[in-house]
Design a protein around this ligand. Structure first.
Ligand code: PMP
Length: 473
């Protein structure tokens, strides 16, 4: 760090004035999670690496700096040049900070899955942000990878490409690893972190294992991501998990991968924030959830370090918004909730649906075979993300459409489908369901962030009938 004594300006000698914000990147503190340890009956030392104290508020300041310095060295970035990167936000902030100091322009590309605060955040640093739909395949020209490719070419920009850039893991090898080693006096036994580009976990793991090969390195992963054996979808935690294996993925360095659900990630983020007074994001919650599992198995002398990549400030409209959490089926608001109606229906069958490309005839057959009148239209295959619901079809509307034009029967439902069904969380109040069914014949019930079932007026009537029967019986 170029504090006063190292500065070129002699007026700064003997001061503790950093040369620029770049010199404040890294050297983040470690803090014990004592209350979380008490709550979960953990006897070992569980400590969190607080990457929130980086100037950009996340671990990504480190690779951002390293990638730009390397590009300057390699002649890939000229004075006044432009940086283009597809990023969920944190890498963008890091790049924007370093770019501001060194006089570069930034254009960031991200998906509409990202919390709106993150987009505003980057614009505040003077960057340009292009938002692309998340629900398109990676080779679609609208996908954020493809848009970034096109812009890089058009603007003749430098593309750090954090997913392939060796300076991403190298940044953590050079700083995060040595800091943790020093801060634990070389006594760390377990390191737990989420993995996105895998820069953090791989760089840190490589350094720690070089010091002591017995240090256990555990990746925390969204339960639908490829690192823990999923397909890459669907999950809601931001910044971690992937649908492909990035260049820095180095399984030889990891002793385990722990899959964590969105629900547990979000509830743990809220618990850490409330109990410890440390506001952390969903991927930090995911990492802590995995660290809790590791710590429960560990001995009393073990030191477990979990890396928290960013702050909960970027997720106030989602993880820390009770209405959003309840609507996605992550919170239970009451005992008399929607779940009770589903329970009363007996075993909940798998969600019935059609794809946008299914024909109207096929949709009618599914409805007839199951004695139902509405179907959600969902992209991909189950389990679905709430965002993969494209619309709905209704028996009555289909009947009218086919009556007007019989050729509709063979058309894909996407040409005739209606609006998406309104959603309600499995833990939301039954009274809300009653109100909502006033204006819609059916609701889509979400649980753990995913569509679970369709709830109709008939379901509620049957439930009330059972209750009334029980009271009189
Ligand atoms: N959490 C968040 C919020 C992130 O933005 C990232 C970076 N994509 C990570 C965790 C994972 O870090 P890495 O890319 O180094 O694997």
């Amino acid at each position: 760090m170029a504090w006063g004594d190292d500065a070129t300006d002699s007026r700064l000698h003997g001061t503790q004035i950093a040369e620029s914000v770049i010199d404040l990147i890294g050297n983040t503190p470690l803090v014990r999670l004592k209350r979380i340890s008490e709550i979960h009956g953990i006897r070992s030392v569980l400590a969190m690496k607080m990457e929130t104290t980086n100037p950009g508020g996340s671990a990504k300041d480190r690779p951002a700096l390293e990638m730009i310095l390397a590009a300057e060295r390699d002649g890939l970035l000229q004075p006044g040049g432009t940086i283009v990167e597809p990023t969920s936000g944190n890498t963008g902030v890091g790049l924007a900070i370093v770019a501001a100091q060194r006089g570069y322009k930034c254009v960031f590309v991200m998906t509409d899955k990202v919390a709106p605060e993150k987009v505003q955040f980057l614009r505040a640093y003077g960057a340009e942000v292009v938002v692309c739909p998340v629900a398109v395949p990676p080779d679609d020209p609208q996908s954020y990878y493809k848009v970034a490719e096109r812009l890089t070419h058009e603007l003749q920009a430098f593309r750090p490409n954090q997913y392939a850039n060796p300076n991403n893991p190298a940044a953590h090898y050079a700083s995060t690893g040595p800091e943790i080693w020093r801060q634990t006096g070389g006594r760390i036994t377990h390191f737990v972190a989420g993995a996105g580009t895998c820069g953090t976990i791989t760089g840190t793991a490589r350094y720690l294992k070089e010091q002591n090969p017995n240090v256990q390195v555990i990746a925390a992963d969204p339960d639908a991501s490829v690192f823990s054996g999923g397909s890459g979808r669907p999950y809601l935690v931001e910044g971690v998990g992937e649908d492909f294996f990035p260049a820095a993925w180095t399984p030889d360095l990891y002793d385990g991968v722990i899959p964590i659900t969105d629900e547990r990630s979000f509830l743990t983020a809220r618990q850490v924030s409330k109990e410890e007074g440390i506001l952390i994001g969903g991927s930090g919650g995911m990492a802590v959830a995995a660290a809790i599992d590791v710590a429960k198995q560990a001995g009393p002398d073990d030191i477990i370090v979990v890396l928290n990549p960013d702050s909960g400030r970027g997720y106030l409209s989602k993880v820390f918004n009770d209405d959003w959490m309840a609507n996605f089926g992550f919170l239970r608001e009451c005992d008399e909730c929607v779940a009770a109606v589903l329970d009363a229906r007996g075993s909940t069958p798998a969600l019935l649906y059609v794809n946008p490309s299914h024909t109207v005839r096929e949709a009618i057959e599914v409805m007839r075979a199951n004695g139902i009148s509405q179907l959600p239209v969902c992209k991909n295959t189950p389990p679905f993300a709430a965002a993969e619901v494209a619309g709905s079809v209704d028996e009555l509307e289909l009947m009218e459409a086919v009556y007007r034009d019989p050729s509709v029967m063979g058309m894909p439902v996407e040409h005739v489908m209606g609006a998406k069904l309104p959603t309600i969380g499995v833990g939301q109040k039954m009274s809300l369901a009653v109100d909502m069914l006033d204006s819609s014949p059916a609701l889509l019930v979400l649980s753990g962030g995913r569509p679970l079932s369709v709830l109709t007026r008939t379901d509620l009537l049957s439930y009330f009938e059972v209750i009334a029967g029980a009271e009189h019986g």
